[in-house]
Ligand binder design. Structure first.
Ligand code: ACO
Length: 387
C-alpha cells in the first residue's frame, strides 16, 4: 500500500466562510471581498473585523473594535521582565510562541462561548505586536516603548519597535502588508491552529502552535530566508549565476512556488509594486535583485525542470521590510502580527460553526510501513537476550 494523500494536497477537510483562493486565476478573497480591493480601500483593523465577524463594520462597530484593540495592547509588566531572562540572540519566533502561550497564564480562560472567544481574539491580535516590539527593545538593551493610543495598529507597532512615529507613507505601506498577510485559507499554520482547536484546546494554545508552524522556512520563515539570499547575492549582476547554481543543485529558491497558486500570487503582485516604490525612494538594490531572482527562477525552472513557478507572498515582503529598516529576523514575527487574525477567525469557526457539516476532531489515517514479523507480531526479548 502507498500513501495517497502526502501533505494533504487537494484534500477537503472542512467548510470555511473566511477566505478563498482561486489558484488558477490568482485570486484571493476575504469573506467575499477581493484582496486587491481591500488593499486599496481598507485598513488592517477593518480587514481584521471583516475576517472575524463576516461583515465590513459600520462606523460605530469599527470605533468600538478599535477602542478594544487599543485598550488590549498592553502586556503584563511581569511578562516583559521575564523576557529579560532570555538569551539576547534567541529567535524572535521562539520568544513569540512562548509568550503567546504564556498569555493563558495571565488572562482568564473563558472560551466556552463564541462571545468570550471574540474577546480573546481581540486580546491576542492586540498583544502580539507588543510582545514582538518589547522583545526587540529588550534584546537591544533599550527601554520599552508603551503603546500609543493615537496610532493605528500598523503605526503603533513601528512606534513601539523604534520609538519613532512612522511617516504616513511608511504607515500605509506597512498597513497594506498586514492586510495582505491576514488570512490564506488552510495554509500550514492556520490548519495547525484549527487542528489544535478541534481538540477543544483554548485559543492561546492553538495560536502558539500556529506560530511554531509559521516559523518553518517552507512557510512563514521563507521571508527571512529570502532576505538572507538577497544579501548573499549582494548585487544584481550576481543573481543569475547564483540562482542557476542553486537550481542545478536542486535547492529551493525561497519566496518562489506555492502549493495552491498555479499563477502569480496576487499578494506578491501588490508587494512587488510596493518594493519597487520604496526602492525608488531609498535607492537600495534589493528590489532590482529580487526582480532578477524572480525572472531567472521562472525561466530556469521552466527550461530545466519543466515546472511553472511564480513568486509567493514572501518574495517581495523581504525587501520591503529591509528597506523599512526592520531587523531581518522580525520578518516572520511580523507575518504573525497579521496572520493571527486569520488564526483567530479559523479557531472560532472551528469551534462554533453553526452550519452542517460541522468540523470534527482531526484524525487522519497513516499507512504503516514499519517492521512486520508476521500475524503474531515480533517476539519480545528481554534486555539480557538482545544483541
Ligand atoms: N525552488 C526550487 N524548486 C521548487 C520550489 C522552489 N521555490 N518550489 C517547488 N519546487 C520544486 C520542488 O523541489 C519539487 O521538485 P521535485 O518534484 O523534483 O522534487 C517540486 O517543485 C514540488 O515541490 P513541493 O514542495 O512538493 O510542491 P509545492 O508546489 O506544493 O511546494 C512550497 C510549495 C513548499 C511552498 C514550495 O514551492 C517551496 O518550498 N517554496 C520555497 C519556500 C517558500 O517560499 N515558502 C513560502 C510559501 S508561501 C507561505 O507559506 C507563506
Amino acid at each position: 500500500m502507498e500513501t495517497k494523500n502526502i501533505g494533504l494536497r487537494g484534500i477537503e477537510v472542512a467548510d470555511t466562510r473566511i477566505s478563498n483562493i482561486d489558484g488558477e486565476k490568482g485570486k484571493l478573497i476575504y469573506r467575499g471581498f477581493d484582496i486587491l480591493d481591500l488593499t486599496k480601500n481598507s485598513t488592517f483593523e477593518e480587514t481584521a473585523y471583516l475576517l472575524l465577524y463576516d461583515n465590513l463594520p459600520t462606523k460605530n462597530q469599527i470605533d468600538e473594535f478599535n477602542a478594544k484593540l487599543i485598550e488590549a495592547r498592553y502586556i503584563p509588566k511581569q511578562m516583559q521582565k521575564n523576557m529579560g531572562n532570555w538569551r539576547k540572540d534567541a529567535d524572535p519566533m521562539d520568544m513569540l510562541q512562548a509568550f503567546v502561550s504564556a498569555l493563558a497564564g495571565y488572562y482568564d480562560e473563558e472560551f466556552s462561548n463564541k462571545d468570550a472567544s471574540y474577546e480573546k481574539a481581540i486580546n491576542l491580535i492586540a498583544k502580539v505586536p507588543t510582545i514582538i516590539a518589547s522583545w526587540q527593545r529588550i534584546r537591544n538593551g533599550l527601554d520599552i516603548v508603551d503603546p500609543d493610543s493615537s496610532l493605528g495598529h500598523a503605526a503603533n507597532f513601528l512606534y513601539m519597535m523604534t520609538g519613532e512615529k512612522p511617516d504616513p507613507e511608511v504607515e500605509k505601506i506597512f498597513d497594506v502588508c498586514l492586510i495582505l498577510h491576514a488570512d490564506h485559507t488552510f495554509n500550514a499554520s492556520t490548519f495547525t491552529a484549527r487542528q489544535v482547536a478541534s481538540t477543544r484546546a483554548h485559543m492561546y494554545s492553538a495560536a502558539s502552535a500556529a506560530i511554531g508552524a509559521l516559523s518553518g522556512e517552507l512557510h512563514g520563515g521563507a521571508n527571512t530566508e529570502v532576505m538572507k539570499m538577497l544579501l548573499e547575492i549582494g548585487e544584481v549582476e550576481k543573481a543569475e549565476s547564483w540562482i542557476k547554481e542553486k537550481i542545478k543543485n536542486n535547492e529551493r529558491i525561497m519566496g518562489m512556488g506555492h502549493a495552491v497558486y498555479k499563477t502569480y500570487d496576487p499578494r506578491a503582485q501588490v508587494l512587488k509594486e510596493l518594493s519597487r516604490k520604496l526602492a525608488e525612494k531609498t535607492k537600495d538594490p534589493w528590489f532590482e535583485i529580487t526582480e532578477k531572482v524572480e525572472t531567472i527562477t521562472i525561466s530556469e525552472m521552466k527550461s530545466k525542470k519543466s515546472r511553472d513557478i511564480y513568486p509567493n507572498v514572501d518574495l517581495y515582503s523581504a525587501s520591503i521590510y529591509y528597506m523599512l529598516k526592520i531587523p531581518m529576523d522580525l520578518n516572520t514575527p511580523i507575518f504573525a502580527i497579521s496572520r493571527v487574525v486569520g488564526w483567530a477567525a479559523h479557531i472560532i469557526e472551528e469551534k462554533f460553526a453553526e452550519a452542517a457539516p460541522k468540523p470534527a476532531l482531526y484524525r487522519p489515517k497513516a499507512v504503516y510501513v514499519g517492521k512486520y514479523c508476521g500475524p503474531q507480531g515480533c517476539e519480545y526479548k528481554t534486555l539480557d537476550l538482545r544483541k
